[in-house]
Design a protein around this ligand. Sequence first.
Ligand code: B1M
Length: 209
Amino acid sequence: MEILKKIAETLYDGDERAMPGLVQEAIDAGCDAQEVLDAMMAGMAIVGDEFSRDELYIPEVLCSCHAMMEGSKILKPLLTDQDSKSLGTVILGSVQGDMHDIGKNLVGMMLEGRGLKVIDIGIDVPAEKFVEAAIEHNADIVACSILLTTTMPETPKVVKAFVDAGIRDKVKIMIGGAPITQDFCDRMGCDMFAKDAGGAAALAVKLCE
Ligand code: B1M
């Protein structure tokens, strides 16, 4: 569909002003929210490739991030079911050293959309903060977003912090993000790995039902 192609291009161009109108146009034309999200992510994938080849620089990448955030605001009410009763509570954050938050925010949206209560504790979150938040909110799941190979070693720190606090058996630990695999999840002693935001929500629902 032409409008989806335009959304991917606009994301790549980092045109945050144009994005909400285009997203709304796509929805009005009958596209579903997931299709529109996929189009934005297709644009972001090109940004990522060019960023890794030093063909795009951080300010340009940030413009694309802002465009993604503006588009996501239009999609949020369509992806989340605000009236539903909470199935369980999830503490969500990007691990210490990791400033990436777009994927985390999408995971949060999808979790809320499937009826979970999400406490988003932000980016650059030390392991102990995940534990504190889990205790404070009596959480069922702790969900850690990890986007960098250099922040993967935060994973065993999070697991250890829950063991040290004596609540490892009470809280399930879910990890995800571009460099994470099922094998890594198993080796680190985490409970769940999800490849994408939809998968994270499906796993969380299964656990809490
Ligand atoms: Co960063 N960055 N970045 N970056 N950045 C990557 C991740 C990178 C792959 C780019 C590249 O080189 N190709 C690369 C990592 C390489 C590696 O680790 N081997 C990289 C790098 C190197 C860096 C810096 C070190 C660059 C530098 O300063 N020299 C630096 C690090 C900063 C830090 O965190 N300490 C950096 C900075 C930045 C920006 C600030 C410019 C910006 C982030 C802005 C922001 O988030 N507000 C940025 C961006 C935008 C990217 C790319 C281009 C896009 C990330 C993104 O938002 N994707 C990224 C390249 C790429 O991914 N292609 C890149 C869209 C988003 C929807 O997808 O986050 O993957 P994603 O989330 C997905 C899944 O991963 C999954 O679901 C989401 C959607 O379905 N998921 C989960 C995510 N979390 C999950 C949790 C779950 C389950 C699933 O359960 C709990």
